[in-house]
Design a protein around this ligand. Structure first.
Ligand SMILES: [Zn+2]
Length: 418
């Protein structure tokens, strides 16, 4: 059974089997008047002009790509999509410049999401997360990374990872699961953070491994959260038992998180708004992917974005993600992130599309299967109502998705689920 997308005004293949860096990031493999042939769940052929006709048979589904931009299904390589509740009550506090600590005292901040997530049953948490994943799919996202980190104890962290597992098999969007117990020190361990760190290292991380509930372990390495030494201990212990590691690094202040990512040969380091020159160089040398989250800079009113241009110059591979979370980036749309990447990070459209497809696949270790439109890769494809790639980023704040194909199946058509 074949599906053919023909006459595509702008076919963006993002071809390449590894992370793109430097000038290579500008190569998005664009074909004008292109076509894609899908056979069951895989891509069978790619080309230009009328050659698609030789693949046509009686039961082929044909999609007309006139006026469309077609890209690999978008990959959101950093999300906190599993949570309960919401934090819109923080808006007026933020605008009156109430600091993060005072928001915490007023019952807000990350610990308020911890309370709501702990209180939610597995079923409720799964339903709330599924709604957000439906939105992601409607906006062209076909694979995500999803972190725990609002449970902060054995039982509730396992519950969050269980949501990842259930939705990975029960939802069209694929999930790569990450344990982020080191997201904050829970209230009950405020006076005894060492005991919490020890519990993660001795008990929770080995348990997550044993039950095979995550592929990555992440740690929020930041002033006031976990120190460099604590992060090193946590992540090293995870590496020793076979986890791949990621680091939330240098989001607000540079504490040397990017340097630590290089030292540990982490898969990726995320945020990096305040990353030092030395840290960026350490990342380039050790092939650590920078996962940049421009909507978070915007939402935190940091008035500063990560130095993406310098990272590209130094050869750091770059990916972009939503950071979808209830406090500092409540959005499911990678399309919005793409616009902020352009105006905030000063990245060009070709760089941006590579950063939400092939490079994002590399950030979660899936580049062999997804992230580009190439023969024998999985047929995860987004068709946008945009006459070219620039238009997709230029016309912002609306959902440009027309069709989404996941594993060769049409799951969104005319912008609605089918
Ligand atoms: Zn995050």
């Amino acid at each position: 059974m074949r599906t053919i997308i023909k006459n595509i005004d702008c076919l963006v293949t993002c071809r390449g089997g590894s992370a793109k860096t430097g000038k290579g990031l500008m190569d998005a493999g664009i074909i004008n008047q292109g076509f894609v042939v899908i056979n069951n769940e895989f891509i069978e052929a790619i080309g230009q002009g009328e050659d698609y006709k030789k693949y046509l048979d009686n039961d082929s589904i044909v999609i007309d790509g006139e006026g469309k931009t077609v890209t690999p299904g978008l990959i959101d390589s950093h999300t906190h999509v599993v949570y309960s509740g919401s934090r819109e009550f923080e808006l007026p506090l933020k605008l009156s410049k109430v600091g993060y600590i005072d928001i915490l005292k007023a019952g807000g901040g990350i610990l308020s999401s911890v309370r709501d997530t702990r209180a939610a049953s597995l079923d409720k948490l799964t339903k709330e997360t599924k709604k957000r994943m439906d939105l992601m799919l409607l906006h062209g996202t076909t694979t995500i990374e999803s972190k725990s980190g609002y449970g902060l104890n054995l039982e509730d962290e396992m519950k969050m990872l269980q949501v990842n597992k259930e939705l990975n098999s029960g939802h069209p969007v694929d999930i790569v699961s990450t344990y982020l117990g080191a997201h904050a020190v829970p209230e009950e361990y405020k006076e005894n953070r060492e005991a919490y760190i020890k519990m993660m290292i001795d008990e929770i991380i080995p348990r997550v491994k044993k039950e095979n509930l995550a592929e990555f372990v992440d740690c929020f390495c930041e002033e006031g959260v976990f120190t460099i030494e604590e992060s090193r201990r946590i992540l090293q212990s995870a590496k020793e038992i076979g986890f791949k590691v990621k680091i939330h690094a240098d989001e607000v202040v540079s504490t040397g998180g990017a340097e630590l990512a290089g030292e540990l040969k982490a898969f990726s380091a995320e945020h990096l708004v305040a990353a030092s020159e030395k840290g960026m160089r350490a990342m380039a040398e050790n092939n650590v992917i920078a996962v940049l989250l421009p909507t978070t800079s915007f939402y935190l009113m940091l008035e500063k974005f990560a130095n993406a241009r310098r990272m590209v110059e130094l050869g750091v591979p770059i990916a972009l993600a939503t950071d979808c979370n209830p406090g500092t980036s409540p959005t499911e749309s990678l399309q919005i992130v793409m616009t902020y990447a352009c105006f905030g990070l000063k990245l060009l459209p070709e760089e941006i599309i590579n950063a939400v497809t092939i490079n994002a696949a590399c950030a979660i270790g899936r580049q062999k299967e997804i992230g580009s439109i190439e023969i024998n890769k999985k047929a995860d494809i987004a068709v946008f109502n945009a006459k070219n790639l620039n238009y997709l980023i230029y016309h912002f704040g609306v959902n440009a998705v027309d069709v989404v194909i996941k594993n060769g199946n049409i799951v969104v058509k005319g912008g609605v689920r089918c």
